[in-house]
Write a protein that binds this ligand. Structure first.
Ligand code: HEM
Length: 225
């Protein structure tokens, strides 16, 4: 029968990766837009130094995250689907304001709704690689081989700066929407709590007739069915 059930949705590494990524993106954005001359906060030199260090931290975290996604099978969470895609878009545009039910049920094997799958996949396959590659070109154009411009064949930094800044705006747009969507779970804080503790109350989880309502399910290797 279908019941509410406390489920261990986000594993330890997943939460570690998520929060460190959030912190690093925050640091990269604050320092990046100072480098871009949007404001003055730390001073240009310090902003560049911190941006470079955070960028290396981000790259190392990405390498571990890729390893984790493939060894656990969690990469399958991002396989795009058109099933419920329109319903999900309609929910965010209209239904959510009329207290309509969520069109997609979160389960251990499918934690992301079809819109999230698309957006996260785009972020992982397009926006983040563009940021990393343009950032590294930026770095190695100037640091530490300032005289070896010919080697990577970059005539000037303008196009790289433009691509990197456009990517930064895309990341910022994602962060804004993401912060809003955090509040759209079953309760205003349920998504946030789940990413902090790992545990979330999931609806309609198939349970054994003899199960208790407050039963907890801890599963590892979710998605690696
Ligand atoms: C691993 C990823 C990243 C690397 C390797 C990287 C590297 C760099 C480098 C080397 C610079 C140039 C610093 C200078 O002028 O001396 C730069 C600039 C900048 N970065 Fe990043 N960055 C990365 C990620 C990010 C992220 C995630 C954001 C924002 C969310 C961001 C925003 C910016 C901005 C706005 C600039 C200024 C661009 C300009 O106006 O010329 N970066 N980045």
């Amino acid at each position: 029968m279908k019941k509410h059930k406390k489920v261990y949705v986000y594993q330890g590494f997943e939460r570690f990766w998520h929060w460190n990524q959030a912190l690093l993106i925050f640091i990269l954005a604050i320092t990046g837009f100072e480098i871009h001359s949007s404001y003055k906060l730390l001073g240009f030199e310090t902003a560049v130094e911190i941006h470079n260090k955070a960028a290396w931290g981000f790259i190392i975290l990405i390498i571990f995250a890729i390893f984790w996604h493939f060894t656990t099978g969690e990469w399958k969470q991002y396989i795009p689907t058109t099933k419920n895609l329109m319903a999900q878009a309609q929910f965010y545009l209209l239904g959510i304001f009329k207290n309509a039910p969520h069109p997609t049920q979160k389960t251990l094997l499918s934690k992301l709704n079809p819109l999230q799958r698309l957006v996260y996949l785009g972020l992982k396959l397009l926006v983040i690689p563009v940021m990393v590659i343009s950032g590294l070109l930026f770095m190695f154009y100037r640091y530490p081989h300032g005289t070896q411009i010919e080697m990577i064949n970059i005539d000037n930094l303008e196009i790289i700066a433009l691509i990197h800044t456009a990517g930064a705006f895309a990341v910022m747009a994602f962060v804004l929407v993401h912060l809003y969507l955090i509040t759209t779970g079953h309760t205003i804080t349920s998504n946030l709590k789940a990413m902090i503790t790992g545990w979330e109350d999931l609806d309609g989880v198939e349970t054994d007739e003899n199960d208790n309502d407050d039963q907890q399910t801890k599963t590892t290797g979710n998605g690696s069915e």
